[in-house]
Design a protein around this ligand. Structure first.
Ligand SMILES: [Zn+2]
Length: 547
């Protein structure tokens, strides 16, 4: 980066209203009050962070005190001492206060004491109080007193991200200006114009990604752009930007959602693996999952998406199922930060979605399992006339399959201490020492040990549990074969399960379970689904919230 490089946010700080991005309605109101000489004595700018509150307030302060004429100026000259001093933050009659650091009544009293003195060399004494909602109650009272009878030479500009925390008595004395989040297209256009001014090479996708990540904040957009330029050694490249933003290609998430919709645990497992291989932030993945469900749901109501993948999913998945998955994902996100392992939190979220099965006839055919062998759930046979899901889940790549088979068939080390007998007690401790992925471990921990003979392991699952698919079985068998030093085969029975490894953990995690289940049951949408589908929450599926 050349020494002369100046961060874009500072370099292109708006010097007048025409350079401000967005907020046209606010600017018009301010311009009108200047034009018609109808100034208020207190203005409050509200809106989320980075949308231009203090930027607009500073430009307005220049307009008010610009000396290029007798009256406040619509366009500040940017040449006179008042304009230059305000720009540099050293105008004596323009006091900027951050209420977050000066909340005490003494601070406020000190500040307000200066109100009575006329400005020495300026039209107005202007106070800009940022984050005004942070003031203490007594500070607000002191401020209110001044606002009730302000000296004519004083103008208060206040900014806040939480206008609802500002007392009504104060608000009623202010002109309220609510700033909007800035539309993505406007941020895009602004960033593009700056890149052209700076003669920086860029591609459209890079700007689109940054404009999207800015989430309506022009400041965030500029900060990200600066970072991306630094990251890309002076130019913008989509791959670099993706790496910087930790962006995940949405198609990966679509594939995962599709597998969940198909109730294909194996497919979901593969899709999730592909995502985690990208070394992404798991919380970000969950957020995208939520936004995908949101888009699907919106399209089901409004037919408003032109993304092919979204419209296909919207047609093939029942709206209430989408709603349920959406709620599960939101619930997982709310608890994400309390989970010690972000990856497991994500996996558990997917497992929970898979564990919920609709039990009514109308729904079942639509999400009929891809693999008939795993259709152990009480799902009604598909009706002929019902549309089928036409997005085909991706088959595991042939090389992956053969690799797994080879590994499983390799003769394991024969010198291992091969146990000849396993009972329920030793099984549970063997299970806990297996090197399994969270996903596989979660599924098989619900199975009870039945017998072990002639290298065949028999486990029992309860009727209402997901039947493990081939991919899950393969990983499980590989691990157990390695652990026992012999090639193991697996049989699975159905019946009542009492002493599975998971059941042994129940007491330890009982409190967590209760919280989790209560939260789910309290959730109106979940209740709806359960009632209308005649479904139930499979307890085992939410037991191990906190391993
Ligand atoms: Zn001026």
């Amino acid at each position: 980066m050349p020494m002369s490089y100046q961060v874009l946010a500072r370099k292109y700080r708006p010097s007048n209203f025409s350079e401000v991005v967005g907020q046209e309605h606010i600017l018009r109101a301010l311009e009108n009050s200047i034009k018609h000489n109808k100034l208020h004595q207190a203005y409050i700018f509200s809106g989320t962070r980075g949308v231009g509150k203090t930027t607009i307030a500073r430009v307005f302060a220049k307009c008010l005190n610009c000396q290029n004429g007798e009256m406040p100026q619509l366009v500040p000259c940017d040449q006179c001492s008042a304009c230059l001093e305000i720009k540099a933050g050293r105008h004596i009659e323009f006091l900027e206060v951050d209420a977050a650091s000066r909340t005490g009544v003494d601070d406020m009293r000190e500040l307000l004491e200066s109100v009575q003195y006329k400005p020495a060399n300026a039209r107005f004494k202007i106070y800009l109080i940022d984050e005004v909602h942070m003031l203490s109650k007594s500070s607000f009272n002191a401020l209110l007193k001044t606002l009730e009878e302000p000296p004519p030479h004083v103008i208060f500009l206040m900014a806040t991200t939480e206008v609802e925390k500002v007392p009504k008595t104060v608000l009623s004395r202010c002109l309220q200006l609510n700033l909007k989040v800035i539309p993505e297209t406007q941020i895009y256009d602004h960033l593009e114009s700056l890149l052209k001014l700076e003669s920086i090479k860029y591609d459209d996708e890079s700007i689109r990604l940054i404009a999207n990540s800015a989430k309506g904040s022009i400041r965030d957009g500029l900060t990200l752009l600066d970072q991306a330029i630094a990251h890309g050694n002076g130019l913008l490249d989509a791959e670099e930007v993706k790496a910087l933003l930790g962006t995940i290609d949405e198609s990966y998430i679509i594939e995962l959602v599709n597998q969940v919709a198909l109730s294909d645990g194996d497919g979901a497992y593969l899709a999730l693996n592909k995502i985690t291989e990208l070394n992404v932030e798991y919380e970000q993945v969950l957020k995208i999952i939520i936004s995908v469900f949101h888009k699907i749901s919106l399209h089901q109501q409004l037919q408003n998406s032109n993304e092919e993948a979204i419209t296909k999913l919207a047609e093939s998945i029942d709206p209430q199922m989408i709603q349920l998955h959406y709620e599960i994902a939101l619930n997982s996100l709310a608890k994400f930060h309390v989970h010690p392992h972000p990856k497991q939190a994500l996996e558990l979220c997917i497992l929970r979605m898979l564990a919920f099965q609709p039990m009514s006839e109308e729904i079942a055919p639509k999400i009929e399992k891809k693999n008939p062998k795993s259709a152990a759930k009480p799902i009604a046979p598909p009706k002929q006339e019902v549309e089928t899901v036409d997005i085909q889940p991706e088959e595991p790549k042939p090389e992956e399959i053969s690799k797994v088979e080879v590994a499983a068939e390799e003769a394991p080390a024969a010198d291992k201490n091969v146990p000849t007998e396993i009972d329920m007690q030793s099984w549970n401790s063997i299970f806990n020492s297996l090197d399994l992925s969270m996903f596989v471990s979660q599924v098989f921990s619900e199975f009870e040990f039945v017998s072990f003979a002639n290298s065949n392991l028999t486990l029992k699952k309860s009727d209402d549990l997901i039947n493990p698919t081939e991919g899950l079985k393969t990983e499980f068998l590989e691990a157990i074969s390695t652990h026992l030093g012999q090639k193991i085969s697996l049989s699975i029975e159905s019946g009542e399960v009492i002493a599975s490894p998971a059941a042994m953990e129940v007491e330890r995690s009982q409190n967590q379970l209760n919280d989790d289940k209560d939260a789910l049951l309290e959730n109106a949408a979940v209740k709806d689904i359960l009632d209308s589908f005649g479904g139930k929450i499979i307890d085992e599926s939410i037991k191990k919230v906190s391993p």
